[in-house]
Design a protein around this ligand. Structure first.
Ligand code: NAD
Length: 248
C-alpha cells in the first residue's frame, strides 16, 4: 500500500464524496494530502480523520484564496506532486428555464474553479518534475443527459481543459480526466431528490451495462491509477469509469 509514497497532493472538493474518498485512499497509499473545500466544518472533520492531512478553506471560484491555499499546501508539504480537481455542483434545468446567473454559477465552480486550481498549482507541480493532475469530469461530459445542459457542457469543457493542459504542462506534469458514471455521493442523492422521471434509480441503472451505481472508491481507484507512476505513459486521456454507459 505505497503507490503514492512521499507524494504531496492537493484535492479540491475533498470534504465529501469522490474527493473525500480519494483523500482517504491517497493517504492510505502513503501520500500527504491537502483538503481544499468551501465547507469548512466538514473539511476539518475529514482532515482530522486522515493521517497527516491538512484542511484549507477555499471557495474554488475565489482567485485570490485558491492561490493562497495552493501556496500554503506547497509551503507546508515543501512542494506539490499532484492535484485532483473534484469540487463541482450539478443543476437540473433545460436552456429555456435557466437564468444567466444560474449558468454562470455552475460554470464558475465547475470550469473556472478547475482552471484556477490548475493555474495556481502548476508552478509547484512543474518544479516537482514528476507530477500529475486529475480532473473529475463526468460521463455527462462524453454523452448528453436531458435537462442537464450546463452540467454536461461544463464537464465536456473539463475534458478539453485536461487535453490542452496536458500539452502545455508536459513533460513535467501529466494531465488526465476521469469521467465517472453515477456514483453514490451526496451530490448524486441530491439529484435523485429533484423529482425528475429521468433521475429515478431504475432509469439511471439502465443507462449502465453493469446496471448499478458506483461506490466512490471505484472512482478514487481510477484517480489513484492516473496519479501514480503506474500511468507514467498516460497523459491527455479522458478515462470513462462509467460501467459502459459511453458505448451503451
Ligand atoms: P459531493 O457533493 O459529495 O462533493 C463535492 C464537494 O465539492 C463538496 O464537499 C462541496 O463542498 C465541494 N464544493 C462545491 N463547490 C465548491 C466550491 N465553490 N469551492 C470549494 N468546494 C466546493 O459531490 P461528488 O459526487 O463527490 O462530486 C465530485 C465531483 O465528481 C464533481 O465535480 C461532480 O460533478 C463529479 N461527478 C459526480 C458524479 C456522481 O454521480 N456523484 C458523477 C460524475 C461526476
Amino acid at each position: 500500500m505505497s503507490r503514492l509514497a512521499g507524494r504531496r497532493v492537493a484535492i479540491t472538493g475533498a470534504a465529501s464524496g469522490i474527493g473525500l474518498e480519494t483523500a482517504r485512499l491517497f493517504a492510505a497509499e502513503g501520500a500527504r494530502v491537502a483538503l481544499l473545500d468551501r465547507d469548512s466544518e466538514a473539511n476539518a472533520a475529514a482532515a482530522g480523520a486522515i493521517q497527516g492531512a491538512i484542511a484549507l478553506d477555499v471557495d474554488v471560484t475565489d482567485e485570490t484564496r485558491i492561490g493562497e491555499a495552493m501556496w500554503e499546501a506547497s509551503r507546508r508539504f515543501d512542494g506539490l506532486d499532484g492535484l485532483v480537481v473534484s469540487a463541482g455542483i450539478d443543476m437540473m434545468a433545460s436552456v429555456g428555464e435557466m437564468s444567466l446567473a444560474d449558468w454562470r454559477r455552475l460554470m464558475s465552480i465547475n470550469v473556472d474553479g478547475a482552471f484556477l486550481a490548475c493555474r495556481a498549482a502548476l508552478p509547484a507541480l512543474k518544479a516537482s518534475g514528476k507530477a500529475s493532475i486529475v480532473l473529475v469530469s463526468s460521463g455527462a461530459g462524453l454523452r448528453p443527459l436531458a435537462r442537464r445542459t450546463a452540467y454536461c457542457a461544463s464537464k465536456a469543457a473539463l475534458v478539453m481543459l485536461g487535453k490542452t493542459l496536458a500539452i502545455e504542462a508536459a513533460p513535467q506534469v501529466r494531465v488526465n480526466s476521469v469521467c465517472p458514471g453515477a456514483v453514490d455521493t451526496p451530490l448524486f442523492r441530491w439529484g435523485l431528490g429533484q423529482g425528475e422521471p429521468t433521475h429515478q434509480m431504475d432509469t439511471i441503472r439502465q443507462r449502465y451495462v453493469l446496471e448499478r451505481i458506483a461506490e466512490p472508491v471505484e472512482i478514487a481507484n481510477a484517480i489513484l491509477f492516473l496519479t501514480s507512476h503506474e500511468s507514467s505513459y498516460v497523459t491527455g486521456s479522458a478515462l470513462a469509469v462509467d460501467a459502459g454507459r459511453s458505448f451503451h
